[in-house]
Design a protein around this ligand. Structure first.
Ligand code: AGP
Length: 367
């Protein structure tokens, strides 16, 4: 049958509310319920010996890849190179045969990503694609497909497909780490438990609607917005900034919080709200001191944090959204949801065509 909005105002709103379900479905596909271990399909290569991974994608899928790099490097100690597909395609990077090409795409039809896939294939690289549309052109041209079980995504702005991509990449990172001997059984159990906890924690995010709408009222008045995060929260900030630009037409820029002092801090004043993703992780203190520097220059801080960070954030932030505290590994998945919700609420206030923003197509089939 045809897909409806089920009473939601926009497909984007409906799809935002599908985050808990979709994360759960994707985990069901990748985690064996009895052993609680990540199970991948048979691979025509050995994760234990791939010399490196090259990740490439466009837009939101690229930001998912950036979180994937963070996990593959830190947990699996796998060297990773990453670039947007439209650049990767022309860089001609030196690659050892047998490396892993990791492509990420909701549609599986994005022309830049498909072209990058084909150029990687010419270098005898194994092609593993993380795809939502499992009968797509990219699926046919890949050695292995890991499906994001997100269901059809109608809104041009990607939401649930992004968290599903992160969920798959998290599982792939665990499996890679196990194969490479960088993760013992106990640590693996802890990471899997953190992922399995996510669907119910994600459902908790919707209770924060009022706080998110308060932030949206401030952001909707701005001409420019700065998004900040560190570590795996930096790509979350990038995702937030892209989503805001895409559907509200407000200029936004994401910066690694620690890099601000090397330039962009000079543009901070009362008119440029700062949206920061700062859950309580090992980078919390560093992020907070970066935010303090911004506040000292008149910056208005709107902060996404968690129950463990809330007290210290409340001392400096103009407003905050408090999510449940989760394991550092799962935090970028959970923290993505309110950042996308903020963009949605701003677009609603602005009265834009949320599901069909101007100049954009759901899948970009031209290079
Ligand atoms: C996300 O909100 C965008 N609409 C866009 O960046 C998108 O993620 C990008 O075009 C990649 O599309 P794909 O996942 O279908 O390859």
């Amino acid at each position: 049958g045809t897909i409806g909005k089920d009473g939601y105002r926009h497909f984007m709103e409906k799809e935002l509310h599908e985050h808990p379900l979709v994360i759960g479905q994707t985990l069901q596909r990748m985690v064996d319920p009895a052993s609680r271990r990540v199970v991948l399909p048979d691979l025509p290569f050995d994760l234990a010996t791939v010399p490196r991974a090259v990740i490439t994608a466009c837009g939101s899928a690229f930001y998912a890849g950036m979180v994937g790099r963070y996990w593959l490097e830190s947990i699996a100690q796998l060297p990773v190179d990453i670039d947007v597909a439209s650049e990767m395609r022309y860089r001609n990077p030196p690659l050892t045969a047998g490396s892993l090409g990791l492509l990420i795409s909701q549609s599986g039809e994005t022309a830049d990503t498909l072209a990058a896939l084909r150029s990687l294939r010419q270098k005898a690289v194994h092609i593993l694609s993380v795809l939502n549309v499992e009968h797509s052109t990219m699926a046919r041209e890949s050695d292995v497909v890991l499906g994001t079980v997100a269901g059809p995504e109608i809104s041009v702005a990607s939401t649930k497909a992004f968290t599903a991509q992160l969920t798959v990449l998290a599982c792939l990172s665990i499996a890679t780490a196990r194969a490479r001997g960088t993760l013992d059984a106990l640590a693996e159990e802890e990471l899997v438990a953190a992922l399995l906890d996510l669907p119910s924690r994600a459902a908790d995010v919707f209770a924060q609607g009022d706080a998110i709408r308060r932030m949206a009222a401030i952001v909707a008045e701005a001409r420019d917005v700065l998004y900040l995060g560190r570590g795996s929260m930096f790509p979350v900030a990038m995702e937030g900034a892209l989503k805001l630009k895409e559907i509200s037409y407000i200029h936004a820029e994401a910066y690694a919080a620690g890099e601000m002092k090397h330039g962009p801090i000079s543009l901070i004043d009362r008119t440029v709200p700062i949206v920061a993703s700062a859950p309580y992780t090992p980078l919390f203190d560093k992020t907070l001191s970066n935010l303090q520097e911004a506040k000292a220059r008149g910056g208005r801080l709107l902060v996404f944090t968690d129950t463990k960070g809330a007290e210290r954030v409340s001392a400096i932030a103009e407003d905050m959204v408090v999510l449940p505290h989760v394991h550092e590994f799962a935090a970028p998945i959970l923290q993505t949801i309110p950042v996308q919700m903020l963009a949605y609420e701003v677009a609603v206030l602005k009265g834009t065509d949320v599901d069909q923003p101007r100049n954009l197509a759901k899948s970009v089939t031209v290079e």
